[in-house]
Design a protein around this ligand. Structure first.
Ligand code: MV4
Length: 482
């Protein structure tokens, strides 16, 4: 919506009852409530959203990056209703949404892929032969799955059959499609993705990579651009592969092509995400391009406003996801009221947030409160700036991933750039946080101390306030019982 304002375009927001007080609702020129908090009764009701769009005579729908953003049926309905879907065609979304058809398309263009079965596994003998050929362990993947859903590692040949059967039946019930395939399991890979932009005139470019290896249970936690390991040669090769894949599906708009990079710097195509991604701001920082502006430009039928030769990497950018989760407690979502909310400011800092002080964090959606993105002349400056920004970020009322992200920023493996997708499991234990979790006994001691302290003080309110500022343990205890 900010980009729309920049472009002189007025906006309509749709919202659920849970988001009535959210800042985005006020920011829009008009806003329409489309239903109760449950996303199945609001944000996932494509027909309802289209109905509102038609009634208010909007020109186009931007699907964001959750909910219906990769739903081909929705994209088709929007188009059939005479509206512009700000994204690729339903056909491109469908082809890339299914991993086997995406791999088949990539294969025609000689894109490197992890050795494995050529299509869906229909016969267990054939699967055994593939496993023998590519070597164990192998990874079973669901063709319809995404973001690691439905994956299984198989270390022993005799377990392959039962694991394939289990994976297929899980995939069938989760995605309505039981097709599975196998690949050699790449140990300790990095997850690197390439941002692409294409228009409807046959032009496609890459906007370099994002390094997304720091993740937890397939949820990204830290993203950065550029990656500290890519050489200009590999970057160019990966970028060209990503452009070839977008051309293979006649792509239009912003998309992301995911790769694995192994320890010998071989890269393999994994899948394509047909939406703007959460971590797109790091690419905006290093390229100076507003990706949403370019999405709208392309959706209007214009040519891309830049060519590959015009693009270059400037500086370094890092993003962290600030989530209402408790890193000391297995990252359990933490609900509550944002009693303090003051984001960091200053040069090279961008905060994309959706909350304000005093708001209750809705339990219905993803617990992400904000994205904190920094820019620096180089990686060292970006890391320093991120640490400063985390220190300046004041949030109370809920536990957040801020301290955990600071732990990452300071970790030697992150600082040196020598890490892979196993970083969190390898290096993180809850007790490593500077705000170590307080166990029940410590909570009790803190509570008693707090009461004794308060009763001995004349200005009770004032002392309690100063206590909260200085004693993090007690403030945590207070929070949970507030
Ligand atoms: C792999 C792999 C190792 N070998 N494929 C996970 C998400 C999905 N997009 C693909 N994923 C993986 N595919 C082969 N042949 C390891 C992963 C993987 C992973 C990939 C990217 C980011 C984080 C990950 C965490 C665990 C596993």
């Amino acid at each position: 919506m900010r980009t729309c304002r920049d472009m002189g375009i007025s906006t309509v927001a749709v919202f659920s009852e849970a988001d009535r007080k959210a800042p985005f609702v006020r920011y829009a020129d008009e806003a329409v409530c489309i239903g109760p908090p449950e996303s199945s009764k609001s944000y996932l009701l494509g027909d309802k959203i289209i109905e509102v769009a038609k009634k208010l005579k909007v020109d186009g729908i931007h699907p964001g990056y959750g909910f219906l953003s990769e739903n081909a049926a929705f994209a088709k309905k929007v188009k059939d209703a005479g509206l512009i879907f700000i994204g690729p065609s339903a056909e491109a979304m469908k082809m890339m949404g299914d991993k086997l058809s995406a791999k088949a398309a990539a294969k025609k263009h000689n894109i490197p892929m992890v050795p494995g079965s050529d299509g869906a596994i229909t016969d267990i003998k054939e699967a055994q032969e593939v496993a023998k050929k590519v070597g164990l362990p192998v990874l079973i993947k669901a063709s319809a799955g995404g973001g690691g859903k439905g994956m299984r590692v198989v270390e022993k040949a005799e377990l392959l059959e039962e694991q394939i059967k289990l994976a297929a039946s899980e995939a069938k019930s989760a995605f309505g499609d039981g097709s599975v395939f196998i690949e050699r399991y790449v140990k300790g890979p990095r997850h690197i993705e390439i941002q692409v932009m294409a228009d409807n005139h046959g032009n496609a470019v890459y906007l370099f990579e994002r390094e997304c290896s720091i993740q937890r249970r397939h949820q990204k936690v830290v993203e950065e651009a550029p990656s500290s390991v890519l050489t200009p040669e590999i970057r160019k090769k990966m970028g060209q592969c990503a452009v070839d894949i977008s051309k293979a599906c006649n792509y239009s708009g912003a998309g992301t092509v995911e790769f694995l990079l192994d320890e010998n710097m071989n890269f393999y195509f994994l899948e394509m995400n047909t939406r703007l991604q959460v971590e797109h701001p790091v690419t905006e920082f290093i390229t100076g391009i507003d990706l949403v502006k370019e999405q709208i430009n392309v959706a209007r039928g214009n040519k891309l406003s830049f060519k590959q030769e015009d693009l270059e990497i400037n500086g370094h950018s890092i993003e962290i996801r600030v989530c209402a989760e408790d890193p000391a407690n297995n990252f359990l979502p933490d609900i509550g009221k944002l009693t303090t909310y003051a984001p960091p400011k200053g040069p090279g800092i961008r905060v994309d947030d959706g909350m304000e002080e005093g708001m209750d964090i809705p339990i219905y959606y993803d617990p992400m409160i904000a994205k904190l993105i920094v820019f620096g002349q180089d990686r060292t400056e970006a890391i320093q700036r991120m640490i400063r920004a985390i220190d300046d970020y004041k949030i109370s009322g809920v536990q957040t991933t801020l301290e955990f992200c600071k732990f990452v920023m300071k970790h030697p493996a992150f600082v040196s750039g020598k890490f892979d997708t196993h970083f969190v499991n390898t290096h993180f234990k809850p007790e490593m946080l500077s705000q170590a979790p307080k166990d029940k006994e410590q909570d009790m001691i803190a509570a008693i101390a707090s009461v004794m302290f308060a009763s001995k003080t004349e200005k009770k309110a004032a002392s309690a306030a100063s206590f909260e500022r200085t004693e993090k343990g007690i403030s945590a205890w207070r929070r949970r019982r507030d």
